[in-house]
Design a protein around this ligand. Sequence first.
Ligand code: IPE
Ligand code: IPE
Ligand code: MG
Length: 265
Amino acid sequence: MPCRREKSGAGQMELTPREEEILKEIDRDRIPVHVAMIMDGNGRWARERGLPRSAGHRQGVETVREVVRFSNYLGIKVLTLFAFSTENWRRPLQEIDFLMSLPEQYLQSELPELVRNNVRVKLLGDPERLPEKVRRAIAKGLEATSSNSGMLLNFALNYGARMEIVRAVRAMLRDLQQGKLKETDISEELFAGYLYTAGLPDPDLLIRTGGEFRISNFLLWQLAYSELWFTSVYWPDFGRIHLLQAIRDFQQRERRFGRISPEQR
Ligand code: IPE
Ligand code: IPE
Ligand code: MG
C-alpha cells in the first residue's frame, strides 16, 4: 500500500496476517513519539532452555535488531533501550564482560543499516566506567549517524536515573556558582535540560518485558506521565506483535495529565 510506505520510517516490511490485523487497529497518525523499553528477562529465557545466561543476552540482541527496524518502520521518533544499569555492575564479572561485548557486536553489524535508514544513535549514561571498546563502538556509531535526521536510538548504558539526577544537580550548581544561572531561573524545564535526555520529549510509552512490575531506576524524572505497559514475555521472545499490541493499548488509554475527561466537564 503506497500510503503505508509514505508513513513508515524504513520502507516496506512483510507482516504476518496477525500483525496486519493489529496494525489495522492502530492509528498511524497517533504513534507514540518516544517509546522507552526495559529489556528484561534474558537470563530466565536462557535458564528455561538449560542454556547459560549469555545465550539469553545473545538472543536479546536479535530482538534489539528487530525492534529497532520495526520501530523505525512504524514511525516512532525516539526509541530508548535500557541495556545496562548502574546497578548491573553488581553481577558476576563474567556476565558483565559478556554484556559489554554486545554494543560493539550490535553496532558492527547494524551500523550500515542504521545509517541507510537515517537512524541517529546516542548514549544515555556515564561513559566513564564503560570499557574502552564500548566507548569506541558508541563513539563510532554516534559519529557515523550524527547527520541523520530520522529515528533517534538511545542506548541507556551504565545508566541510572538517580545518578543522572545527582549529576544534573551538580552541573546546575556549577552553573549557579559561575553566575551562568540564578536561583530564580531554576524550573522544571531548566532542570530537564541538565539530564541526558535534554531536548527530547518524555517517553509516551514505557514497555517492560520479563514480568516484573518495577522501574528499576530507569528515567525516574522523564516517566512522570508515561503510559506503562508490562508483559511477562521475556525480551528474547519479544517481537513485532508485542510492540503492536503495546501501541494499540497505548492508543486506547486516556492521558489526562491531571485534568478531567472532556465528557465530565
Ligand atoms: C535483561 O535481562 C538484560 C540486562 C539487565 C542487562 P536479565 O539479564 O536481567 O534477565 P533476567 O531478569 O535475569 O531474566
Ligand atoms: C533492568 O533490569 C535493567 C536493564 C534492563 C538494563 P534488571 O534485571 O537489572 O532489573 P531488576 O534488578 O530485576 O530490578
Ligand atoms: Mg532482569
